[in-house]
Design a protein around this ligand. Structure first.
Ligand SMILES: C[S@@+](CC[C@H](N)C(=O)[O-])C[C@H]1O[C@@H](n2cnc3c(N)ncnc32)[C@H](O)[C@@H]1O
Length: 399
């Protein structure tokens, strides 16, 4: 890249200026994936929404001002063609929008010989209220996913997407909340995308070390997700103010604790099913499998169950002994996301020898093991014996 970067650190490069002119100057066939969140051209000065009982205009700024359709088409044609030449032949592009721009984007992509793969519906789990009794409430955005060449295969991480979706093929409707407070500590961008959305997109179509280009990078959500996932990033924006916000965000994740927190937040999928991970001694574990029930102490102690968010979506039990011999089972049909409390004596009547408490949480499961290739790290310095709720996507190679 010959241009002087606005900012560059650890494979995170920002360029300031008009995206079409800048992308034309990038090396041809050099990036694996483009994520573009261009102006939607929806700011007309009239739209209003209600958030927390306050009525606010949803004007985003001059860069998003509504334009005649011919101008929108020219704009989209230019930047899409500049991005096309930068994409590798097996690369893919994602473009987000609403009805204001997305149909034109689809036309431009097809005019430029891209092959449309999917139209993802990002269903906002917490949409603001549209102030209008003439329309339905707006609650979704659309993201077109297309590959550069009709006949060159692209990469799709089918297995990972499937495991992030409870073992079934990931659909094209994604329910993800809008960005939360933890994503906005460095300042606000009027159209900031949630990190969880970019997390899924990046994992779906790139490998570690790949390069991702965002031609309308704003507060650099794509770049933050890319850095956290070990991908290289090039971001372009004409606004220095937004690039400065992006720099503050990337500096924020240079703190390892913050980076870890963000990664674990991004992994949280409000829709994803969970696994209750439970340590038991070898003989107890074998008896649990024979009887199809597992138990853990109720109440505060080292081995007790922490009921954390995600518990209600619990669909699997994983049994292990100090990190070894892990086996995964489906929770009994009809009992998912619930548990019973048994007295110590009841467990004893079933042949167990609980020693540590009077009351136990009991979860029935189907004792035919579910195959997988790799469990998450189960041995920890502390808390190996504490039961935990883990997302199913932590388990690789699920059958
Ligand atoms: C929809 S926002 C992107 C928000 C971003 N995805 C985020 O999460 O923060 C679009 C961005 O494109 C920038 N922009 C608009 N027109 C542009 C152009 N012609 N060249 C470069 N940037 C542009 C705006 O400054 C704005 O930050």
């Amino acid at each position: 890249m010959q241009m002087e970067p606005y900012y560059s650190h650890n494979d995170f490069v920002l360029l300031n200026g008009d995206s079409a002119s800048i992308c034309q100057q990038l090396s041809p066939n050099s990036v694996d994936c483009v994520f573009a969140d261009p102006p939607y051209f929806l700011s007309s000065g009239n739209g209003k929404v209600r958030i927390n009982n306050r009525i606010i205009s949803f004007d985003k700024g001059n860069w998003d001002r509504a334009r005649p359709s011919k101008e929108v088409h020219e704009f989209n044609t230019k930047w899409i063609s500049a991005c096309r030449q930068v994409l590798k032949p097996n690369g893919t592009i994602w473009v987000s929008g609403t009805y204001h721009n997305i149909f034109d984007v689809a036309i431009c992509l097809q005019e430029q010989r891209f092959k449309i793969l999917n139209i993802i519906v990002w269903q906002k789990s917490d949409p603001p209220t549209t102030i209008s009794d003439q329309r339905f409430n707006f609650s979704a955005e659309y993201i077109i996913w297309a590959r550069k060449e009709m006949k060159v295969e692209h990469f799709f991480n089918y297995e990972l997407m499937k495991s992030m979706n409870g073992g079934v093929h990931m659909p094209d409707v994604w329910k993800i909340p809008a960005p939360s407070m933890w994503e906005k500590k460095c300042g606000k961008h009027p159209t900031q995308k949630p990190l969880r959305l970019l997390y899924r997109i990046i994992l779906a179509c790139t490998h570690e070390g790949d390069t991702i280009l965002d031609p309308f990078t704003g507060s650099c959500t794509t770049g933050i997700a890319a850095q956290l996932l070990g991908r290289k990033f090039i971001g372009v924006d004409m606004s220095e103010e937004f690039l400065q916000l992006g720099i503050r965000r990337v500096e924020e994740i240079s703190n390892t604790k913050v980076a870890e927190k963000f990664l674990s937040k991004m992994r949280e999928n409000p829709e994803e099913v969970t696994v209750i991970v439970n340590h038991a001694r070898k003989e107890t574990r074998e008896l649990m499998i024979e009887k199809g029930i597992c138990y853990m102490r109720a109440g505060e102690s080292d081995g007790s169950l922490q009921v954390t968010p995600g518990f209600e979506k619990m669909r699997y039990v994983l049994l292990h002994t100090g990190g070894d011999d892990a086996q995964l089972f489906h929770i009994k049909k009809g009992k998912e996301g619930s548990f019973s409390i048994w007295k110590k004596e009841t467990l004893e009547q079933h042949g167990f020898h609980p020693e540590h408490a009077e009351y136990y949480i009991v979860i029935p499961f189907d004792n035919k093991p579910v195959e997988f290739t790799k469990p998450p790290r189960l041995k920890q310095r502390i808390n190996t014996y504490r039961s935990k709720v883990r997302p199913l996507s932590d388990f690789t190679g699920l059958a």
